[in-house]
Write a protein that binds this ligand. Structure first.
Ligand code: ADP
Length: 310
């Protein structure tokens, strides 16, 4: 069975349960984070046909336990999740203004996931990851790690690829998680140079690398040595690069768009599912788009989906 280790941070999400003019507001809680969203959707699609492990560090508190139970219930393997004594998971709150515009407040600077790849568990984690066929992480994973952990992850990618493993990477650039643009550029380009499959968003390329169009962006990333690039661009076409060939695929219009959170994460899951199951690049893009459309038609990052036939 093909196996993949998806590395990153899952947080506690708090969102307003009902509108209230007073301070005495009611909030609901769920769990989410870009890489976990991908792990969740990949497990939903593959239904056990791909071994999906989520790799993070959590605390030894009851919320961390609840998260692990939630992951396992979704079919995501949790045996490589480290529990750091005394730590509690990162948290964010979604605020919605009078016009329905959403903003996010974060409490993640002390989050245990930041310590990944630099604790006493690291050797065991690396050994566990080396047994996988694929690794997957994002620019958010890299942004939250400390430089030492980041370097360990990059070294793991080198070792992993030299024994035949494949690495997938989504840039997911979040400016506030980086010291400055130069740091983000340097680290994300390092990740590109160590991955086999890149799943970036054109928005990131425009914002961070001042790319003027998708073609320029494909050229930029391919020069870093990536074999396969799937460049997402919201409701605009998906551009791919593989075997030296650039192709543009139209995106099927969504009938309902309720909440675009996790569009890219679920697209990545759909793509990985199809591609790791042996489907062509073109088929995999179609399937990825179908999964993403189901997700944006519903409220929230983690929603039920029906996987199409492969
Ligand atoms: P991200 O969440 O990383 O910014 P995108 O917004 O580029 O990702 O969306 C990822 C994919 O989801 C797109 O390539 C497309 O297939 C699908 N998608 C996103 N928004 C829409 C939309 N409005 N209509 C149809 N498909 C969409």
């Amino acid at each position: 069975m093909t196996s993949i280790g998806i590395i990153g941070e899952c947080m506690v999400e708090l969102f307003r349960a009902e509108a209230s003019a007073s301070q005495d507001e009611l909030f609901k809680k769920r769990f989410g984070g870009d890489t976990y969203n991908t792990a969740y959707y990949l497990a939903q699609c593959s239904q056990g046909a791909i071994g999906v492990s989520y790799i993070t560090a959590l605390g030894d508190d009851s919320l961390s336990d609840e998260m692990i139970t939630t992951f396992a219930t979704a079919g995501v393997q949790t045996d490589l999740i480290e529990k750091i004594s005394g730590a509690v998971p990162g948290l964010y709150m979604i605020q919605t203004d009078d016009h329905g515009e959403r903003s996010f407040l974060y409490w993640r600077s002390q989050a245990p996931a930041r310590q990944l790849f630099q604790t006493a568990f690291t050797e065991q984690l690396k050994a566990g990851l080396m047994t996988k066929d694929w690794l997957c992480f994002s620019g958010i994973t890299l942004a939250i790690l400390y430089p030492e952990g980041r370097e360990e992850l990059f070294q793991l990618c080198r070792d992993f690829r030299s024994k035949g493993g494949k690495v997938a990477f989504d840039s997911n650039y979040r400016p506030r998680l980086w010291q400055d643009r130069d740091e983000a550029k340097y680290v994300l380009n390092q990740a590109y140079s160590l991955c086999d499959l890149a799943l970036p968003s054109y928005d990131d390329e425009k914002l961070l690398f001042d790319q003027e169009d998708t073609n320029q962006s494909i050229q930029r990333i391919s020069k870093l040595g990536v074999d396969e690039i799937i460049l997402k661009n919201g409701s605009d076409s998906v551009t791919s690069y593989s075997d030296g060939e650039v192709q543009v695929f139209p995106v099927e219009a969504a009938k309902v768009v309720k909440d675009t959170t996790a569009a890219g994460d679920s697209f990545n899951a759909g793509y990985l599912w199809a591609r790791l199951s042996g489907k062509s690049l073109e088929n995999s893009i179609t399937i990825a788009g179908e999964i993403a459309r189901q997700v944006i038609a519903q409220q929230g990052a983690i929603v039920p989906i029906i996987a199409p036939a492969l």
